[in-house]
Write a protein that binds this ligand. Sequence first.
Ligand SMILES: Nc1ncnc2c1ncn2[C@@H]1O[C@H](COP(=O)(O)OP(=O)(O)OP(=O)(O)O)[C@@H](O)[C@H]1O
Ligand SMILES: [Mg+2]
Length: 260
Amino acid sequence: MLTPNSPKMNEKDFVLEVEDLSVIRSGKLVISDINFWLSKGEFVGIVGPNGSGKTTLLLSILGILKANSGRIRIYGCEPMCQSNDGRVSWVSQAASNLPNNLRITVRELVKLGTISSRNMFSRNRNNSAVDNAIEMVDLKNEEHTDVGRLSGGQRQRAVIARALASEADFIILDEPLVGIDREARNSLLKLLDELCHDAGKTILMVSHDLAAIRQTAHRMIYLEESIKFDGETSEFPELTEIAELRGIKPVHDESGQHQH
Ligand SMILES: Nc1ncnc2c1ncn2[C@@H]1O[C@H](COP(=O)(O)OP(=O)(O)OP(=O)(O)O)[C@@H](O)[C@H]1O
Ligand SMILES: [Mg+2]
């Protein structure tokens, strides 16, 4: 396991390096002292309460939000640097909440994932990447269906296929499990696990679903303004310890009586 305290590996082994990051939004310090590193093939889950800065962290990694201080490197260069074009893909929060009247087929949506600034004006889009992505998420039978007609779980798969079609090595997902049923969630987690193990992708996923992340991610980060835990999933604290980390005091004593 690599924790912020572990000796750093050779820089070229890292997919992502975040050092002493802090981000201010609307004058408020949202995240601070963030230090962690990701290596190739890791599947890392980020958990934390509402408003704890999870999306802010992801948007900073993507280069959408500017760091107030600190340093972020993806494959050794700054977020959004040209040499990383196409190497990072992003599935946004509520990405599957696409409007029901959206007249775009699954295949068309997935194909949008193959557009990058390099090939924007080229006719030569990567059709095999589109085929593979649709195959991977098991939507071959629906490839000509309008996205608006899909179930929540299928939509989430379509959005993930769009990310896969870019053939990015580093996939960042913000709450991909929201609004999908148990079966869809399990198959999505299995897919992400396979992407890590079989396709060598590196995955950073934010989710409220602690149980689901615990079943899947190799490593977990608990974020609440700063990183309160970063370690192997098997060592993730129990709920009472999390409450302690967050400074939440029990309102009942051992006899079940309210404490005053
Ligand atoms: N556009 C914005 N401008 C200013 N502050 C913002 C903005 N977006 C979010 N914030 C604030 O930043 C903090 C962190 O928000 P963020 O969206 O990163 O949290 P989160 O952990 O992703 O929450 P959730 O679990 O609800 O998605 C919150 O206090 C929020 O109010
Ligand atoms: Mg969020």
